[in-house]
Design a protein around this ligand. Structure first.
Ligand code: ARG
Length: 467
């Protein structure tokens, strides 16, 4: 965009003798970052012009002229010919100044009964709702990629972990789907946040409402909002919807960061469970052998910044006195940065998952029989031993196997029976990983049949959303 080249009057020049100091202008101006709201500002202004027409504030001709002028301003933004003027402190000022240049003094009627306080709250909501829809499209695409991979691996065995130590065998699909369900909560949260965003504050004026006959509900509807705010004083300073989005994004990032960490660890040469496609790794400038998981590290790293935006903005809000305060302009940069981060990172993550290859042999090789110790305890439970005792009897066997440096299945029957006479020759049937998994067919469990049910539920979740 071309640089400012002329100076212009401020919106409040009538009451002022002197222009603002240059340092104040630089501090106050939000146009450098809020100009991205131009399409929302203009769409909402077009609806507002129509509401003023219905309220008999604007004539037919005035309404047409204002709407055509606004469309021209929008075209200038779209084709990059809009030239900001020195007095354009924010997007509202810039659009109105240019509108009046284009259509004359009648353009000045657009702001009748409206304040930038209800205008910015409206624009930001309008922009955020559309942005959330774009993020949701990306997020469900990521879920789709996870689901497609999971479908191929319902019978692939891998160690399940607690404390990053092998615990019990699970299927690789089960591991992948655990992230699908985390993301499904993020999707729901974002959908609810979008709903809460689409409450129109327009018609609240600066704080007290408007004396003009504005049909607020019809106006909200024309802008694509679902409802209107109940209190004008609350409406102009309510940024809960921004907090809601920052929170939803921070929690989403927390989930993505955990996934990134898993993939980083599981794709190291030492684990070797996963293979990252070359296109989604980066090399080292020094060490020719390296393929680094930068995408995943950036997901993990950016999570810190996005959580910071949430806590930072909370602190902006906490001490504000009633009504609008300029502090509220501080919502834009965290909001835009969070949105940009998600819209940049999700496509790279989708590609990473879509090209991720599992290495079933390496996963299988990482299983060891001590991970079936619980199953051996269950074997004793089936023979009437209380679980707590069974736990101790298996513990003794695990210790014996460790001392002798052999697997549980290589421990002779005499050793087992020396620990407890309840152990019998059929105990060795426990030592089969696939059987152990198949037994865990409780709802939400890792058995292939339970996982196939999860997959059907996951499909339903995505198809409800057209993904
Ligand atoms: N740029 C301002 C913001 O983002 C618009 C509202 C300005 N209102 C005011 N009374 N100065 O919050």
């Amino acid at each position: 965009m071309p640089q400012p080249e002329q100076s212009a009057r401020t919106l409040w020049a009538g009451r002022y003798e002197a222009a603002a100091a240059e340092s104040v202008r630089r501090l106050n101006d939000s146009l450098p970052f809020d100009q991205r709201l131009y399409a929302s500002d203009i769409a909402c202004s077009i609806a507002y012009a129509q509401a003023l027409h219905t309220a008999n504030v604007l004539t037919d001709d005035e309404t047409d002229s204002i709407i055509n002028g606004l469309l021209q301003v929008r075209a200038e933004f779209e084709n990059g010919t809009f030239v900001p003027a020195l007095g354009d402190e924010d997007i509202h000022t810039a659009v109105e100044r240019r509108l009046i240049e284009l259509i004359g003094a009648v353009g000045g009627k657009l702001h009748t009964g409206r304040s930038r306080n209800d205008q910015i709250a409206t624009d930001t909501r309008h922009w955020q709702a559309a942005m959330i829809s774009r993020v949701l499209t990306l997020l469900t695409a990521l879920q789709r990629a996870l689901l497609e991979l999971a479908k191929q691996h319902t019978e692939t065995l891998m160690p399940g972990y607690t404390h990053l130590r092998t615990a019990q065998p699970i299927s690789a699909a089960h591991w992948l789907l655990s992230y699908f369900w985390m993301l499904s909560r993020d999707v729901r949260r974002l959908e609810l946040t979008r709903e809460a965003t689409l409450i129109s504050p327009l018609g609240s004026g600066a704080l007290a409402g408007t004396p003009y006959d504005i049909d607020r509900l019809a106006l909200a509807d024309a802008m694509g909002f679902v409802d209107i705010s109940a209190n004008s004083l609350d409406a102009v300073s309510d940024r809960d919807f921004v907090v809601g989005f920052l929170y939803a994004a921070a929690l989403l990032m927390t989930h993505l960061s955990r996934f990134a960490e898993d993939v980083i660890v599981f794709s190291t040469p030492q684990f070797g469970y996963l293979h990252l496609d070359e296109r989604y790794t980066t090399g080292s400038s020094l060490m020719p052998q390296k393929q680094n998981p930068d995408v995943l590290e950036l997901v993990r790293g950016k999570t810190g910044r996005l959580v910071g935006h949430l806590t930072g903005f909370f602190n902006t809000l906490k001490g504000l006195p009633t009504g609008y305060n300029k502090d509220l302009q501080e919502d834009k940069e965290p909001l835009f940065d969070t949105a940009d981060t998600l819209e940049t990172l999700l496509p790279a993550l989708i590609g990473t998952v879509a090209t991720l290859r599992l290495k079933p042999d390496r996963m299988r090789a990482a299983l060891d029989e001590s991970m079936l110790a619980t199953d051996l305890a269950d074997y004793l439970v089936q023979r009437g031993v209380p679980f707590r005792e069974a736990h101790a009897l298996v513990g003794a066997a695990v210790r014996a196997a460790q001392t002798q440096g052999v697997a549980l299945s290589a421990l002779p029957l005499e050793t087992y029976q020396a620990i407890s006479p309840i152990y019998a020759a059929d105990l060795y049937s426990v030592f089969d990983f696939a059987t152990a998994i198949a037994k865990r067919r409780s709802f939400g469990g890792t058995a292939p049949e339970a996982v196939r049910l999860q997959i059907r539920q996951a499909e339903a979740f995505l198809s409800e959303r057209g993904a």
